[in-house]
Design a protein. Structure first.
Length: 178
C-alpha cells in the first residue's frame, strides 16, 4: 500500500509489473527491433544447444515472444511470433536450412507453437493493457484526491493510514500553531 496518492508507491501489485521504456513504445521501430534481436538470440541459443534439447524445438523461442510482448505490447509480440515461426521452420525443424517440412509432425508442432505463442501474446498483452489502465486511473485518482482542499486520511481495516491528501501537512501545521 502507499502512504499518499502522489505517485510514490503503487497501490496494487499489478502496477509494479508495468515497465515503460521510451524507445520500446508499442508499435515503434524499437519495439520491432527488440523482437528481431530477441528472436535471433533465442534461435541462436536453440541451434547451439540442439544436441541437448532433443524434442523441445521451441523452448528458447517462447521466452523471446513473452519478453517482447511484456516490454513492447501485442503488435511486437505477434511480430515476434511470426519471426519465431519462420526461424524455427528454417533453422530448427528438419530439413534444416530449408522451408520444406520432412514430417507431418513438424507441421503440427509448428501449428501448435503458433497457437500457444499467440495465446501468450493475447494474455500478456491484456495484462500489460490492464497495468496501463490502472496506472492512468491511479494518476487521475491522485489528481482528484489531492485537489481536495481538506485534509483526508484513508485507513485500512487495521487502522493504518494508507493514503492522505497533500493538504494534510498544511492543516496539521495550522492546527499545531493554534
Amino acid at each position: 500500500m502507499r502512504s499518499d496518492v502522489s505517485g510514490s508507491k503503487p497501490i496494487f501489485m499489478l502496477e509494479k509489473l508495468f515497465v515503460e521504456l521510451p524507445h520500446l513504445r508499442e508499435r515503434s521501430w524499437g519495439a520491432y527491433g527488440l523482437a528481431l534481436v530477441l528472436v535471433a538470440l533465442a534461435t541462436s541459443a536453440r541451434v547451439a544447444l540442439a544436441p541437448w534439447l532433443v524434442g523441445v524445438q521451441f523452448i528458447t523461442l517462447f521466452p523471446a515472444v513473452i519478453v517482447t510482448t511484456f516490454l513492447c505490447g501485442m503488435a511486437a509480440g505477434f511480430f515476434a511470433v511470426a519471426l519465431a515461426t519462420l526461424s524455427a521452420w528454417y533453422f530448427i525443424l528438419p530439413a534444416v536450412f530449408s522451408f520444406r517440412l520432412e514430417e507431418p509432425a513438424s507441421a503440427v508442432a509448428l501449428g501448435f507453437f503458433v497457437m500457444v505463442a499467440s495465446v501468450d501474446v493475447v494474455l500478456i498483452g491484456a495484462l500489460r493493457n490492464a497495468a496501463i489502465r490502472l496506472r492512468d486511473f491511479n494518476t487521475r485518482l491522485a489528481a482528484v484526491f489531492n485537489a481536495n482542499p481538506d485534509a483526508v486520511l484513508v485507513s485500512d481495516r487495521r487502522g493504518r493510514i494508507v493514503m492522505s491528501t497533500t493538504a494534510l501537512p498544511r492543516s496539521s501545521a495550522t492546527t499545531a500553531r493554534r
